[in-house]
Design a protein around this ligand. Structure first.
Ligand code: 5AD
Ligand code: SF4
Length: 476
């Protein structure tokens, strides 16, 4: 972070926007959309809060004490706001995201520093909200409006897309109707809504046009996406992947996060038939005990999940899996927890996220009368993570000596180094000329580290690359 004094003048009269993003990829995507929505108002993105005229905290509600953490951050911002006021350069502060949605009006009374509150469904109204906030009103916008926010959110310009790099997100659906008993998402993000297929294809073409090579389709429950193709025939995520794969210039497709109940035949076919669909899937299971899965309202058994994994591996033998796990869900016994370990051993994960269950106000499981002791949760989490870490290390070790396509999406730490992502989303570092940034190139993996791989360009230099891989510079 740069250390500009808060009262120092900005580089120009252009108002600066700083968005601090918490949580999932969906929020990363939303922060970019907020930035795009405010660009026509003249706001330019800033990488530091010190230089900003408008700060937005894009919050996440999924973790424990999420709201408390946001209030602490707001406490820290108070001093900056006061200094700014004295210096005659007022600072506007907004709170967005799922904590904003959950807290609403409450935020205004608990945090006087806040100028406006906006929930995830109302980002298209940001320009007006900022204006009202600057006029001294303290607007709160947490309704689920009937109009489609995406219709009203401007698309990023080609230049901005270029700057964001060759791997882009594209939100295809939002919200969730699954109501897992531990989860706040159906309350903060609302009911499942899918974006129209034609619009998504247009946006994907625009991304590719601006140099994007990899598109990750996003949704809280992404494989619940549904729509209609140009002929009016019902479509699903598998069919959408087939349509996206037709676009010239799309090299890689991913989607996240999926629910096991919404895996469908066309999705397996997409994994089987489309090389562009990366052989990697985040498919959370949360627990391995049928009793707990039922109490979580996951709507499937452990064996049904195992069968899905088998079907995926039949379709795409080199597919690797990632998952989410919760330990210490109310009523979880030692035996239930052993079933989770067994499921992990049976499936074998390349990567995973695991959490201690935490009570989220307003969710059914929070009021369950048999909560698991904190030390039991901690002990179970440590055992689960040891197993998952072993699996991840073993998976990464199998990469050494292999050649794989890597999308070089950023500069490396040293001069002459670039970094990228393998098909399995592993970070890969290698020596490569800057000119290759933004391209998919074959890389031989030389070593596996705790959280990354290192490798060498297969062809040694750009001259040896096939003509199609010698790039114009797509990334600024
Ligand atoms: N407690 C612990 N983990 C949770 N998650 C969601 N809600 C909770 C909760 N109340 C985890 C789930 C989900 C991931 C995004 O966060 O594993 O898949
Ligand atoms: Fe939450 Fe995912 Fe369950 Fe929906 S499917 S309620 S987002 S955990």
């Amino acid at each position: 972070m740069t250390s500009r004094h808060p009262s120092a003048p900005a580089d120009s009269n252009t108002p600066k926007l700083f968005i601090k993003t918490y949580g999932c990829q969906m929020n990363v995507y939303d922060s970019d959309r907020m930035s795009d929505a405010l660009a026509p108002k003249g706001f330019e993105a800033s990488t530091t809060p010190d230089a900003a005229d408008l700060i937005i905290l894009n919050t996440c509600h999924i973790r424990e004490k999420a709201a408390e953490k946001v209030y602490s951050e707001l406490g820290r911002l108070r001093a900056l706001k006061e200094e700014r006021l004295k210096a005659g350069r007022p600072l506007t502060i907004g709170v967005a995201g799922c904590v904003a949605q959950a807290e609403g009006e409450e935020m205004l009374s608990r945090a006087p520093v806040v100028d406006f509150v906006v929930g995830p469904q109302a980002y298209h109204r940001l320009p007006q909200l900022v204006e009202r906030a600057r006029d001294g009103e303290r607007p709160v916008e947490t309704d689920f409006p009937t109009e489609d926010k995406f219709e009203h959110l401007p698309q990023a310009t080609k230049q901005v897309t270029l700057k964001r790099g060759p791997a882009a997100f594209l939100t295809v659906q939002e919200g969730c109707d699954k109501f897992c008993t531990f989860c706040v998402v159906p309350y903060t993000r609302g009911a499942e809504t899918s974006r129209p297929m034609a619009r998504l294809l247009d946006e994907a073409r625009a991304l590719v046009d601006a140099g994007v090579r990899e598109i990750t389709l996003l949704g809280q429950n992404v494989n619940a996406w549904h729509g209609e193709d140009a002929g009016g025939t019902a479509s699903n995520l598998g069919k959408l992947l087939f349509a996206l794969a037709e676009i010239d210039g799309v090299d890689r497709l991913r989607y996240t996060t999926s629910h096991p109940r919404d895996m469908h035949d066309e999705l397996f076919a997409a994994h089987r038939d489309l090389d562009k669909v990366m052989p990697y899937l985040h498919l959370p299971v949360q627990a391995g005990s049928d009793r707990i899965l039922k109490a979580m309202n996951r709507q499937h058994t452990a064996d049904e999940y195992r069968a899905l994994v088998d079907k995926l591996r039949d379709a795409r033998p080199d597919i690797a899996l990632s998952g989410d796990f919760i330990v210490g869900f109310p009523g979880e016994t030692d035996e239930d927890f052993e079933a989770t370990l067994q499921l992990v051993r049976d499936v074998g994960y390349a990567q995973a996220y695991s959490f201690k269950y935490s009570q989220r106000p307003g969710t059914p499981a929070a009021t369950h009368d048999v909560q698991v002791e904190e030390d039991v949760k901690a002990e179970r989490l440590a055992r689960l993570q040891a197993l998952l870490n072993d699996q991840a290390r073993a998976f990464n070790a199998t990469m050494v000596g292999r050649t794989m396509d890597v999308l070089l999406d950023r500069k490396g730490k040293r001069a002459g180094q670039l970094a990228g992502r393998s098909p399995y989303l592993q970070a890969v570092h290698l020596d490569a000329p800057d000119a290759l940034q933004g391209h998919v190139v074959p890389v031989r993996i030389d070593a596996a580290h705790a959280n990354s791989l290192s490798g060498s360009l297969l062809h040694g230099d750009t001259a040896a690359m096939p003509a199609t891989a010698v790039p114009e510079l797509p990334v600024a």
